[in-house]
Design a protein around this ligand. Structure first.
Ligand SMILES: [Zn+2]
Length: 79
């Protein structure tokens, strides 16, 4: 499901994200994925989560996946 795709993180979520934690599950298993232009994809490596984000530097952070945990196991080849 990608119903939240393109949604900006809330200030609280952004705080967690900048602190190196996944705003959805709170774990610190956030890893960099593919980079393209100004954006850097970041994914949560927690098995129960797997949320993905698009880090755009000064432009903020958007969701690539939605918030629901455990439904997206299509990591970029690094489970
Ligand atoms: Zn997570």
């Amino acid at each position: 499901m990608t119903t939240k795709e393109g949604e900006r993180l809330s200030p609280e979520e952004l705080f967690e994200f900048r602190a190196g934690r996944c705003p959805d599950c709170g774990c610190v298993e956030v890893r960099p994925g593919p980079r393209g232009g100004l954006s850097q994809n970041i994914y949560c490596a927690a098995l129960v989560c797997g949320s993905r984000f698009n880090e755009m530097g000064p432009f903020g952070v958007e969701r690539i996946s939605d918030k629901s945990p455990g439904v997206k196991r299509e990591h970029w080849g690094q489970a």
